[in-house]
Design a protein around this ligand. Structure first.
Ligand code: NAP
Ligand code: GFB
Length: 324
């Protein structure tokens, strides 16, 4: 009996908020591939609890009694959704983050890993950007609501640590893409948006339109690579200061270059247009992954062309059910 009790006592219950999204689904796939006997993973969405509600968040924590939390749930979107709804991005994400972190504290969760983003860094900055620079000036104006809400997670983590000794930390992913992304043309990010547009250009035999000049630069991380790194952070990284999870500066590509990779992956032979009437957003947000490389020197990222091909294949095979 003692053995069973010990096993139960040592079992970690890992609650993943935002568990049905792009990043959550990738973490689920990677956790399933690397099962541990002492880990019980629970993936939840807004159907399980609307985390803007304190009561629903508290009931969720009561129900699952998590020992660990990966906190992904957020109002998320690409440049054009952020341009339209900066107030909502601020209000909704502030509520979700306060409810999740305060319930994690109240329910004695031993570790929380939350999610920031490389787009929250100061717009006027030196490059490459690193983890120490989050609060060194205002973010790009296109997404200030989201950016300030995300920056407050870092403040909250420091406050829960200094007042209560909590191990609440965060990761700072760069732009993520992969299966289960949001392919909605207005609200989604650039890679799913371009994949959806090229799919429709092929179907309707029309031209393929890239918004903006195509010259802004981004570092893109495949969701499955991010998921493997997230699981490592949950298991091994106990510093409360954030860690950037990104490909290297040398892997930064322009929007036009990534569009060309998608054209190649989709074997599109039609006309390509650059609609320069649309915003370019932030020109670049080049981040350093030196801290990650120092801790995980052997980590291998999936080559972007392969990751894009896998994402295109997933979208075509799941077109009917994909978020679009
Ligand atoms: P996503 O695909 O839009 O998924 C968002 C998840 O959050 C969904 O499971 C959604 O559940 C849940 N959610 C949203 N509002 C909620 C609410 N009020 N209550 C409960 N759950 C709610 O987003 P993602 O791209 O996976 O992003 C995950 C995390 O990574 C976010 O914190 C985001 O800020 C961060 N991040 C993303 C990127 C990127 O490029 N995608 C880059 C850097 C950081 P429902 O579907 O039920 O609403
Ligand atoms: O992924 P994205 O929407 O967001 O990329 P950001 C926007 C860039 O891609 C701009 C160009 O330069 C757009 O002009 N682009 C070209 C397109 N075609 C398209 C298209 O069809 N759809 C979209 N969406 N863009 C976001 C932040 O910035 O980064 C969010 O606003 C979030 O808060 C995310 O953190 C990671 O990379 O510009």
């Amino acid at each position: 009996m003692a053995d069973v009790e010990k096993k139960l006592k040592d079992t970690k219950t890992i609650l993943v908020t935002g568990g049905t999204g792009l990043v959550g689904m990738a973490i689920k796939e990677m956790a399933d591939l690397d099962k541990r006997p002492d880990e019980n993973w629970v993936f939840v969405s807004s159907k399980d609890a609307d985390l803007t509600s304190e009561a629903e968040t508290s009931a969720l924590f009561e129900k699952y009694k998590p020992t660990h939390v990966i906190h992904l749930a957020a109002m998320v979107g690409g440049l054009f959704r952020n341009l339209k709804y900066n107030l909502d991005f601020w209000r909704i994400n502030i509520k979700i983050n306060d409810n999740v972190l305060h319930n994690a504290y109240k329910h004695n969760v031993s570790k929380v890993v939350s999610c920031l983003s490389t787009c929250i860094f100061p717009d006027k900055t030196t490059y490459p950007i690193d983890e120490t620079m989050i609060h060194n000036g205002p973010p790009h104006d296109s997404n200030f609501g989201y950016a300030f809400a995300k920056r407050m997670i870092d403040v909250q983590n420091k406050a829960y640590h200094s007042q209560h000794g909590c191990t609440f930390t965060s990761v700072i992913p760069t732009n993520v893409f992969g299966p289960y992304d949001n392919f909605n043309l207005q609200d989604g990010h650039v890679i799913p948006g371009l994949i959806h547009k090229i799919y429709r250009a092929k179907e309707d035999d029309t031209e393929f339109t890239i918004w903006g000049t195509g010259s802004p630069r981004r570092q893109f991380i495949y969701s499955k690579d991010l998921a493997r790194l997230f699981i490592w952070v949950l298991r091994e990284y106990d510093d409360i200061s954030p860690i950037i999870l990104s490909v290297g500066e040398e892997d930064e590509v322009s929007i036009k270059e990534v569009a060309d990779m998608i054209i190649e992956a989709c074997e599109f032979r039609g006309k390509v247009i650059l609609d320069t009437s649309k915003s370019d957003g932030q020109f670049k947000k080049t981040a350093s992954n030196a801290k990650l490389k120092n801790l995980q020197p052997d980590f291998k990222f999936t080559p972007i062309e392969q990751a894009i091909k896998e994402t295109v294949t997933w979208f075509m095979e799941n077109y009917e059910t994909a978020r679009k």
